[in-house]
Design a protein. Structure first.
Length: 141
């Protein structure tokens, strides 16, 4: 399901207002998903600076105290969606178990190099430590 574009106005306690636009907003199971997507058609995983850019924005969004839409508070999570070429299956952190992570890396043994595997493991840890952040790795097809 494709999401819609939206602009957030973030206000701090000193009255500063900042405007940010995530890639997509998806409404699913009464929860708004603020999603950043990073894609590549040439590699199995987007480049590290692209992943870091997506994480930076989502860590900011995931630390919001509240999200208000039309004057009403709404539930939300943030999600980094990474898609690449030839990836077999998909995995979502922190939902996936260690066993599922190992299986995902095994079935993609020819697709991810050692550095990419390490990045995926670090992403799993990031999602585990941030309760409002989900990270999905999947194929771009």
């Amino acid at each position: 399901m494709d999401g819609l574009k939206a602009t957030f106005s973030i206000e701090n306690y000193l009255g500063g207002i900042y405007y940010l636009t995530p890639d997509e907003i998806i409404f699913e199971n009464n929860i708004y998903i603020i999603q950043e997507s990073k894609n590549t058609s040439k590699a199995s995983l987007p480049k590290l600076p692209d992943i870091q850019d997506g994480l930076f924005k989502l860590i900011l969004f995931s630390n919001l105290d509240s999200l208000v839409l039309n004057g009403q508070p709404v539930l939300f999570v943030t999600k980094l969606k990474l898609t690449g070429n030839n990836v077999v299956g998909s995995i979502v952190f922190p939902d996936a178990s260690l066993k599922e992570l190992e299986y995902f890396l095994e079935v993609n043994i020819k697709n991810f190099n050692t550095n990419q595997k390490l990045i995926i493991k670090k992403l799993a840890l990031e999602a585990q430590n941030n309760h409002k952040l989900k990270i999905e790795v999947s194929s771009n097809f």
